[in-house]
Design a protein around this ligand. Sequence first.
Ligand SMILES: [Zn+2]
Length: 371
Amino acid sequence: MTSPSAEHPYSHSILHATAVAHAPDFEAVVCDYCGSTAAESLGTLPPLDQLPFPMHRLGASALESGGQAIHFVRCRVCGLVYMTPRPTESAIARFYDTVYAASGAADAFESDQHERTNDLLDRTMPYLDGVSTPSLLDIGCGRGQFLVAAQQRGWRVYGSELSAVAARAASDHLGGVPIHHGDFRSMTLDDSLDMVSLLEVLEHLRAPVDYLRAAAGLIRPGGVLLLEVPNVASWEYYAARALRQDYRGFIIEHLYYFTPALMSRLLADLGLEVCHMSSRHATASLPNPLADLRALRPANSGESAGADAASPAGSISPLPPVSLPRKVLRQANNYLMDTISYLSQGPRINPRPAGNTLYVWGRKRSSSPRA
Ligand SMILES: [Zn+2]
């Protein structure tokens, strides 16, 4: 037997641990809401080359994790859920550049936004106090689907978008309405707004709380804030925990996750009261095992067969082959989670939003809350 201490005398020193703690593409962070570092891990991201979604695998191929575990943690003080360590700003830009450079990727990311826009507007109307032509700023408007639906109702629409390509597309869809390319905080608006929306935006940001505070500041007293965020307090999350599985909702592009309780507290801090919350399952249909039987053939094409019709052929590394029994088990588990998630949506007006995607309607108070 050799003595381990002779060869690696400093292998457990703090100095050594700090030096190798994080690869350059990843950085450890503290809670964005309360600044605490006290947190419990809720799960980890699979190794970057084994991410289940082909597009994520492609984007992650441009990143170097150094083999370290990437955790999703819940702040023990305020309950915010966040990724740490997470990709640095330049690393995440590289991730998106790689994904969007692949043809079809942008459409694949935005294809399901279209159908729910009118439903969201219908459900917002009762909170707008009969304003005939409300003004709406959609922050992170993408290609403008939400704004187009509002414009068709005669609303006055404003948008901001970080992607130049998407901003241009949105402006085209809106018949030339200018879309602010960049951070909305550099926009000049003549008046305070009847409504501000951030749909699938907060979870992508590096500092969502300050951003949301600035967004809330643009709303007139009595005006409406609409948010769409990932919901960790979902049946699907609790089922995954109970079965000791990784939660499917924890993905590399989402740096933050929320709960109804956290949202109530956060909105109150920002001078808003919650009017209503509801939730949905990201894919609102029941699974169909028969339709997927083809994908279970014991081919050696790895995981990419069947699942990624929108992916650019040849540019995504396939996962290692999986045995048929293992595939069947995995697929069965997916059906179970899909079913739980589908059922968790509840009725249209669900007092306990349990789906994996949370909607929050908040209304700006007439006077600021006491500090
Ligand atoms: Zn916190």
